[in-house]
Design a protein around this ligand. Structure first.
Ligand SMILES: [Zn+2]
Length: 384
């Protein structure tokens, strides 16, 4: 009897040990699978970035994401104020951008038709490298009468859904009191407020526009701050007080040539912390011109020709292109007294975290350095 009990308890202990060891083996197996999945994700990301990296200037380590390019504008089809001056050269524009290190571009939209057009353009010219926004620009608010606002927001929501991964932001939306002739303050306010709801429903960040609103834009941001996650006030041209009001709301600040026109602009941009800055061109607008205070700090010059003497190898005079983002970076670096690579890195990483959060999370602390490594093929991604 005693022997039977002993045998029984020995069997039970054996069974428990077997059970425990199989649990340990399963846990180890699952842990390994998890590590393998993580390793695969990183190597996939590295391969993607290698394919995105500019090939023509391998010594240039700087990479950019242009967060604002109006590439649906007719000038990229060669039409200026309704007149055809040359053939479409969008392909050449995009190739120049790639050569300058622009690995991703956000094509901005300000109306529903533009949003559809922008998403189609991204799909056609750069799936995986070109992304778009969906929203109503403040100056186009008059096209959305109050009685149609709810229905219009539903249609914008449908456009976001239809765009899938191409659509990465709600916007551009906001307030513009410099151009009230297109839409009055009373027309702009409800359309802007309704787009906070769109960000709330979709979880997308906001691509924001603010011009000369005397603090009203900042007030609306404050009042609706709980309704959205991240947002960038693009093409920033405000005062130091405006800047600090937006930074207090944890917004990012988009800088382009228009943000750098005057000595006062430069003094304000100098105060933008690197962990809040993004770079953009707002192409075809907002290029850096010789008359601007910023021009003295530009290193890179492109060959430029008048549209009447159009050449696919040159930029068109007065038409800003995404490749010019490198000039914006150079100016910001000089006025802040830091290396241009540090400005490029900060802006790139901020942009990845806001507009591509899932990818950024898989790419570790500095997606920029992972992408630079991919280009030079010198550093292997972290092993765990
Ligand atoms: Zn704008």
């Amino acid at each position: 009897m005693i022997r039977r009990i002993t045998r029984f308890s020995t069997q039970s202990v054996r069974r428990q040990i077997l059970c425990l060891s199989s649990l340990v083996v399963t846990a180890l197996y699952q842990h390994n699978i998890h590590r393998e999945v993580q390793r695969y994700k990183r190597s996939f990301m590295r391969r993607c970035l290698t394919s995105l990296a500019p090939r023509t200037r391998s010594s240039d380590k700087m990479h950019f994401i242009d967060i604002g390019a109006n590439l649906t504008d007719a000038v990229f089809q060669g039409r200026y104020q309704g007149r055809q001056a040359h053939d479409s050269d969008l392909d050449a524009v995009l190739e120049r951008a790639r050569s300058a290190g622009v690995v991703r571009t956000l094509v901005t939209a300000g109306t529903l038709p533009q949003a559809t057009q922008a998403a189609a353009l991204c799909e056609r010219h750069g799936p995986g490298t070109m992304f778009s926004t969906v929203g109503v620009h403040p100056t186009r608010s008059s096209e959305v009468p109050p009685a149609q606002l709810t229905e219009h927001i539903t249609r914008l929501y449908d456009a976001i859904t239809a765009g899938g991964k191409t659509v990465v932001a709600v916007g551009e939306c906001g307030l513009d009191y410099d151009r009230l002739q297109f839409s009055t303050r009373e027309q702009q306010l409800p359309v802007f407020e309704a787009q906070f709801g769109l960000a709330e429903t979709t979880g997308l960040p906001l691509f924001l526009h603010d011009r000369n609103t005397g603090g009203e834009f900042a007030r609306l941001i404050r009042e609706n701050r709980s309704r959205f996650g991240d947002g960038v006030a693009h093409s920033f041209t405000g005062t130091a007080d405006d800047l600090h009001a937006l930074l207090a709301q944890r917004l990012y600040i988009g800088v382009n040539g228009c943000s750098l026109k005057t000595a006062e602009n430069l003094a304000v941009v100098k105060q933008i912390p690197l962990d809040r800055i993004m770079l953009e061109t707002d192409a075809p607008y907002c290029g850096i011109r010789r008359s601007h205070a910023s021009h003295q700090y530009v290193d890179t010059e492109f060959s430029v020709k008048d549209k009447k003497k159009h050449s696919r190898e040159a930029l068109v005079k007065g038409r800003c292109e995404p490749c010019e983002i490198v000039r914006v970076c150079e100016v910001v670096a000089k006025i802040k007294g830091v290396a241009k690579e540090d400005v490029a890195r900060a802006a790139f990483n901020n942009t990845m975290r806001v507009f591509f959060p899932k990818e950024a999370a898989d790419m570790g602390d500095s997606p920029y350095d992972l992408s630079v490594s991919a280009e030079s093929n010198t550093v292997v991604a972290p092993s765990s």
